[in-house]
Design a protein around this ligand. Structure first.
Ligand code: NIG
Ligand code: FE
Length: 389
């Protein structure tokens, strides 16, 4: 197999504490990487780099593990710009607009939906994302949910069945939960790795604790891993349920009680924060410091969706986490890479070390600090192996 030696790396973030300066980011300066067959074969100081078949000079840039965006809703048609504009004039976000996207997505043809999805993936790669989780949830019929997951499976292994996104209008709640946990789950499980549920205290558009427990239990029985949209709009049962059932991640975590923080600290569930949502809904940010100080594993993701946050940009999320949630640049980068990998229970991404996937993101900057220091500037891109530098 061909080996490629990458040089000209001013700063290499590995997320492997044993590799670099001993910090969680495992930073090496003046580093080199050898890649073979899409995997990292060697990492170390440029001065000690071995020979390789090919050589690429990255020109003194920083290299980080590709972003792991562990929460995105990319299979949809239409947009909700008018809802956003109304929100900026004071209309609060409550998830009620989801049905607008459901109607547009059902009406879209498969060819168009695939093209929209692929364009969004390309947009993410161009900003440094190399792994993305994709949820269904804008179909809400057996055929439309199955179609969304089939399309998502074409572009990622990380597919999530979110039939329990909202109760479709005019549908009996109990009947819909039976559909999601029965026929819809059976049709979708073959295309999905995970099941997710939008859980809010009194249900409303979403699902209450008892309904969410039913959905997650059925998903687990069908062989799916568990994820939860929890504590987004108010403090509710989502976090406690996620930890109790051993979910890989509970996402949003905007409104937490002390008991929620204690549960997360004592459990094996990652808290995934989505600060693009608070930015785009003009809501108070989650208390990242409280979680970090309690020893909770925190991930960062975009939640890219047409309603609560239509950004595909992990660099924006990192900048928001630093500026608005008081995470350090190092903490935010770790959460956007290794943290996302833990939220997806992936060992092969999020960390650069021999044997792991060579998913490299190059920054047009000498250090990772520039991700937050230069907000809005497109400095990150996934390394394209057909690129010439
Ligand atoms: O993660 N909370 C529920 N679902 C999405 C928003 C979906 C939408 O508004 O279209 C979220 O914020
Ligand atoms: Fe979401």
């Amino acid at each position: 197999m061909t080996t490629t030696l990458l040089t000209g790396i001013a700063e290499l973030v590995t997320n492997d504490p044993s590799a670099g300066d001993g910090s969680p980011l495992g930073v090496l300066h003046d580093a080199a990487v050898v890649v073979e067959g899409g995997r990292v074969a060697w990492i170390g100081p440029a001065a000690r780099a071995p020979e390789a078949d090919l050589r690429r000079d990255l020109g003194g840039r920083a290299v980080i593990p590709g972003f792991v965006d562990s929460h995105a809703h990319l299979v949809f048609a239409g947009d909700r710009a008018a809802e956003f504009a109304a929100r900026m004039e004071g209309v609060p976000y409550d998830g009620g607009g989801i049905v607008t996207t459901v109607a547009a997505t059902r009406a879209a043809g498969e060819v168009d939906l695939r093209a929209l999805l692929r364009a969004r993936i390309a947009e993410m790669r161009a900003q440094g994302t190399t792994t993305v989780e994709i949820k269904s949830g804008y179909g809400l019929t057996v055929a439309d949910e199955e179609r969304a997951l089939r399309l998502a499976r074409e572009v990622t292994e990380e597919t999530t069945f979110l039939g329990a996104h909202v109760v479709p209008p005019g549908t009996d709640r109990d009947a819909y939960v039976r559909l999601v946990t029965g026929e819809m789950l059976a049709a979708c499980a073959p295309h999905a790795r995970w099941i997710d549920v939008f859980c809010e205290p009194s249900g409303g558009h979403a699902f209450d604790g008892d309904e969410a427990r039913e959905v997650l239990s059925a998903g687990r029985a069908a062989g799916l891993g568990l994820r939860v949209h929890g504590n987004q709009l108010s403090a509710g049962p989502g976090v406690a349920l996620a930890v109790e059932l051993g979910a890989a991640s509970v996402d949003h975590c905007t409104h937490l009680t002390r008991a929620d923080v204690d549960a997360l600290a004592g459990g094996g569930t990652v808290a995934t924060l989505l600060p693009g949502v608070e930015f785009s809904t003009r809501s108070p940010y989650p208390d990242a410091r409280r979680l970090l100080d309690a020893g909770v594993t925190v991930a960062l993701a975009t939640d890219c969706n047409p309603g609560s946050c239509f950004t595909s940009s992990m660099p924006l999320v990192v900048a928001l986490a630093v500026r608005e949630m008081r995470m350090t640049p190092a903490e935010a980068l770790w959460s956007a890479t290794a943290g996302g990998a833990q939220a997806l229970r992936r060992e092969d991404v999020g960390v650069l070390a021999p044997g792991r996937r060579a998913d490299l993101t190059v920054l047009d900057a000498p250090s990772h600090v520039h991700l937050a220091y230069r907000p809005g500037v497109p400095i990150a891109r996934a390394l394209d192996w057909t690129d010439s530098h």
